[in-house]
Design a protein around this ligand. Structure first.
Ligand code: FPP
Ligand code: MG
Length: 462
């Protein structure tokens, strides 16, 4: 088993010194008279309020990444960004950037690249195509390029001039002990990553609303309801295309690998969700009830949690890890492992709560039809727990709640069992683990906000 160097010995040096963390952000600023300020944690910041200006700016500026020469395409690709999501994925990326920048082995290099023209890390450079425009032919009116003429055959073009020499970074001989760089600084590449993860999430929703035949999203007509299925699917693919280009311009093959793998995870998760749950309703008739039932329930739980990781937690986990990687953390440094573990546990807790809310009739008033999962034939956490207590639920799960009255009957089993309570307890265990893995990070306001986020995910009502 790989052994990570324990970061405990770094604690003294990574605790931000007063010159870096202003008094406004320091523990001392919040000390009650007569208490030892150094022992006090940062107060609980509201993660969404803390980053509200950055999230709003990030969302508006990403609209320019989506411009196209076709107004109908632009209309649909912008649609879900104009009815914003909670932006939890970009929030995680930004908070992990703030909570770890300065700690990684290659932080100085990443910072240097973000300040040096031609080194690929400056904000303007992230908008520059890597390929010559007449080959790329990706017309974005928001970023003028020379769109080639299509009226004639394409002749060999003169060779493009060589790119200017990329300045090379030379690492200092002695590296200063790792410490947090600043309470608020985020690299341009990390901000762009936050936009990319939101674009990928939105692209998946454009597809998901076609698959789920959803008529509403966030209280407004869904994209398929407003523009039709074809445009929703094409629009989602277009967003993915632009996100892929932006990903390549981050210039980090490992991050490209990580984030590209989320795309396959999302699709695998969606496929796994459609898989039959083997309830073995038949063996019940044969008398082999107890042992078989337990095995089937375990099997179904395993698939359900795997699906939940792939569909929901993967983007959070890999997005967080990619943010820390862009900040110069390399193989063998624990900060990336913390980011992944946090995102993975938080993502699963988030989806479990989502699945509980689906049984809450009040959620129907929040722009989401309550009971949508059962209508779609999906047995989520609450249904699986109810099945453990009411084996008869197995038959309903097996036929995907298709018979008249099945949905009502399933809701009844759920409400006559401890299913919702147990699902909540499970979500709490994942959220607690997400909070626990943060303990190795040096104290900062961003770390506190990540801790608060684990509580918000459990307490959310929509
Ligand atoms: C929402 O789930 C959907 C997702 C989190 C992922 C959907 C993934 C795909 C459709 C695969 C294709 C992906 C891409 C990137 C092309 P939900 O239906 O449980 O939640 P909802 O109630 O918000 O719709
Ligand atoms: Mg859906």
């Amino acid at each position: 088993m790989r052994r990570w160097p324990s970061p405990r010995h770094l604690e003294a040096v990574v605790r931000p010194p007063p010159t870096i963390i202003s008094r406004k952000y320091s523990a001392e600023a919040h000390a009650a008279p007569g208490t030892s300020a150094a022992l006090l944690p940062f107060p609980k910041p509201d993660p969404f309020k803390l980053l509200a200006p950055q999230l709003s700016e990030l969302r508006l500026s990403l609209l320019s990444l989506l411009e196209s020469g076709h107004p109908s395409l632009s209309q649909i690709t912008r649609y879900y960004f104009l009815h914003p999501s909670k932006q939890i994925r970009p929030l995680i990326v930004l908070l992990f950037s703030r909570a770890t920048n300065g700690l990684g082995r290659e932080w100085e290099k990443k910072l240097w690249e973000s300040e040096r023209e031609g080194a690929g890390g400056r904000a303007e450079e992230l908008d520059q195509p890597l390929t010559r425009p007449d080959v790329l032919n990706d017309w974005n009116p928001a970023m003028p390029t020379n769109t080639a003429n299509f009226n004639t055959v394409f002749s060999l073009r003169p060779l493009a001039p060589h790119r200017p020499l990329v300045p090379t970074y030379s690492a200092p001989k002695h590296r200063a002990p790792p410490k947090l760089y600043s309470p608020t600084y985020v690299l341009p590449t990390q901000t762009r990553l936050a936009q990319i993860v939101e674009m990928m999430h939105t692209a998946s929703l454009l597809h998901d609303d076609v698959i789920d035949e959803s008529s509403l999203r966030r209280g407004s007509p869904s994209a398929p309801a407003a523009f039709g299925n074809k445009l929703s699917v094409l629009g989602g693919n277009f967003v993915l295309g632009r996100a892929s280009g932006a990903l390549s311009r981050l210039g980090d093959p490992e991050v490209t690998d990580l984030i590209a793998s989320v795309l396959s995870n999302l699709v695998e998760g969606e496929i796994l969700q459609t898989k039959e749950v083997r309830t073995n309703a038949e063996t019940k008739k044969e008398g082999d009830v107890k042992g078989e039932h337990t095995v089937r329930c375990k099997d179904a739980w395993n698939i359900y949690l795997q699906k939940t990781y792939l569909k929901t937690a993967s983007l959070m986990a890999k997005g967080a890890r990619a943010a820390v990687t862009l900040g110069g953390c390399k193989e063998g440094e624990i900060w990336r492992e913390i980011a992944y573990a946090y995102g993975r546990n938080l993502g699963i807790a988030f989806q479990l709560v989502d699945d509980i809310l689906d049984y809450d009739s009040a959620s129907a008033t929040l722009g989401k039809p309550g009971g949508a999962d059962l209508q779609l034939g999906l047995a989520t956490g609450p249904a699986l727990y109810a099945w453990e207590e009411h084996p008869e639920m197995g038959e309903l799960i097996q036929r995907k709640f298709e018979k008249a009255g099945d949905v009502g009957q399933a809701r009844d089993y759920v409400s006559r069992s401890s299913a919702l309570q147990r699902t909540r307890e499970l979500a709490q265990r994942y959220a607690d683990k997400a909070k626990e893995v943060l303990s190795e990070l040096p104290e900062s306001e961003a770390k506190s906000a990540l801790e608060v986020l684990t509580e918000r995910v459990i307490g959310r009502k929509s």
